[in-house]
Design a protein around this ligand. Structure first.
Ligand SMILES: [Zn+2]
Length: 86
């Protein structure tokens, strides 16, 4: 039995040719195909997966950097606040 998906009525998904799973963006579909259907990809689908994977890695690296910056700012902000008011 195929999976059923509960989509909003105004959704305009891109659908996987292999399993019918819907995705909001073509980049997410490219990532899904590369991970779940890696054996069935042609050259252009593989290129799309590699491009999507690299851009996802870059976004994750930036997110980690920002999260680390926020933690450092919070730590020293609280430390300085404590040293002033305590
Ligand atoms: Zn699929």
């Amino acid at each position: 039995m195929p999976d059923e998906y509960d989509l909003p009525s105004d959704a305009d998904p891109v659908v996987c040719d292999h399993c019918g799973a819907p995705f909001a963006e073509a980049e997410l579909l490219a990532l899904h195909r590369g991970i779940d259907h890696a054996d069935a990809l042609d050259a252009s689908e593989r290129d799309a997966f590699e491009d999507a994977y690299e851009s996802e890695e870059e976004r994750l690296r930036l997110f980690r950097l920002k999260a680390l910056g926020a933690l450092v700012f919070l730590y020293f902000g609280l430390l300085i606040t404590y040293s002033v008011f305590a």
